[in-house]
Design a protein around this ligand. Structure first.
Ligand code: BDR
Ligand code: CA
Length: 336
């Protein structure tokens, strides 16, 4: 039986891979994508999300615009990580505007209400949409089967500021509100996929080569002179987007490859055996001089507050990477 999944995205290169992973996974029934400003401004998120779904042959998946800025701060974007448009060197053909009439917030609330206890919501960007949806529908976390959050860092350095991960950095107030709600409600504890585990999954050129081979494609990806935009081709999208992302990681993280945070969160959302979790209380710093956006986990129960999160502390990254390669390769074979 497949798991009904909604993705909340700020697409973004690894969000693109997460969308493709969801489409390529037989155990996932992808119900829709709500969009939130983060890696790029909201209009780019919506058009990237629609373009990726179109390339994957899923123009039927509702793509709904949500919040265009964080709850209490100006929007920050990250063109150095994802490129000026959010898809690196890839220029996906603009799909006809098929942005949904309903907002991403309504998509989340309506879907959760219509299938109480069934839907998994995987949040892959700043938590603005989720926090605003919770404000409008305080039962949201109990209406969902589960919320899965890609965000935060606990025992490893941040990727945006010394103690801060990007998604939490962009909208700390939203993240704080979501964790506070999870501490109040009789809901399944949200699964948190922090950098501690997502940075264990490094996609390397040899993975992409095997993906291409499975997909019956040639692998010219390492040579930018040979690569280049071939509009409408999924392989060209994946390689051109990843080439940018790998160049970024080479500059900032010292390896030619890419952390694939968002697809890992999707994979763990539907296969809990990929991670080991600890139930704890998480809160978010919103007023630190040096640490705003830091996720703080009370692993030793100093606060005496009820747990509000199941934080992934260990992961089977190799199993996930193999699955990502095989599934995206299979998708390439069906969508050359
Ligand atoms: C997160 O930040 C974004 O840039 C990625 O898409 C991912 O969701 C990792 O910190
Ligand atoms: Ca993201």
């Amino acid at each position: 039986m497949s798991v009904p999944v909604l993705l909340d995205v700020d697409t973004g290169i690894d969000d693109s891979l997460a969308l493709l992973y969801a489409v390529a996974s037989p155990e996932i029934d992808l119900l829709g994508a709500s969009c939130v400003a983060g890696n790029v401004p909201l209009d780019a998120v919506v058009s990237n999300t629609a373009a990726v779904l179109d390339l994957a042959g899923r123009c039927d998946v509702e793509t709904a615009p949500g919040c265009d800025r964080p709850m209490a701060r100006p929007l920050k974007t990250t063109p150095e990580t994802h490129g000026p448009t959010g898809t690196g060197h890839a220029m996906p053909a603009a799909s006809p505007d098929r942005s949904s009439e309903r907002s991403g917030i309504d998509l989340v609330i309506d879907t959760a209400r219509s299938r109480p206890g069934e839907v998994t919501l995987v949040a892959l960007g700043p938590l603005t949409n989720v926090a605003v949806a919770l404000d409008r529908e305080p039962r949201l976390l109990t209406l969902l089967d589960r919320l899965v959050i890609m965000g935060g860092c606990f025992g490893v350095a941040g990727n945006t500021a010394p103690r801060t991960e990007w998604n939490t950095h962009v909208d700390p107030e939203a993240a704080r509100a979501v964790f506070a709600a999870a501490g109040r409600g009789a809901c399944n504890l949200p699964l948190v996929m922090p950098l501690d585990v997502t940075e264990q999954a490094r996609l390397l050129p040899h993975h992409v080569a095997r993906m291409a081979e499975i997909g019956g494609e040639s692998m010219e990806f390492l040579d930018p002179l040979l690569a280049g935009p071939e509009a409408g081709r999924l392989m060209s999208f994946i390689t051109d987007a990843l080439r940018f992302y790998m160049e970024f990681h080479q500059r900032y993280d010292g390896f030619y490859g890419a952390f694939v945070h968002d697809p890992f969160a999707v994979a763990a959302a539907v296969d809990p055996s990929l991670v080991t979790t600890v139930e704890t209380t998480v809160d978010v710093e919103t007023a630190g001089e040096l640490t705003t956006g830091e996720t703080v986990a009370d692993f030793r129960d100093s606060w005496g507050r009820p747990p509000n999160a199941a934080v992934a502390v260990a992961a089977r990254a190799d199993v996930f990477l193999e699955r990502l390669v095989v599934r995206l390769g299979g998708l390439l074979r069906s969508r050359p």
